[in-house]
Design a protein. Sequence first.
Length: 123
Amino acid sequence: MTSNAESTPQTASRLPVFDKNICADDMQRMMDNAQRASNFLKAISHEGRLMIMCHLASGEKSVTELEELLSARQAAVSQQLSRLRYEGLVIPRREGKAIYYSLADDRPKQIMEVVYDLFCRTD
């Protein structure tokens, strides 16, 4: 595995370059990472889940808040939150009868920033 950092400035990238001499361990690691990335991308590929993560990128929200922000029924919001929770992208916190959700780590926020830059920013 070589880095594109060694290439010309016009083609510089943070992505690795794999050649035909890749060792079995590196190939397995690449396959494992591809599977994790695929699961992550599938989890965010639904517009409802994407919108939930947009809202959670700015901070913790209750299920009721998410319902109002999304103009969606509780059952629909809960179903999407369940998938995001299953994939480890959000974490719940109970306070009395209310359940609050937040992003589990920084990965979803990083992705939301890229999606925003690519599809929403109007510079």
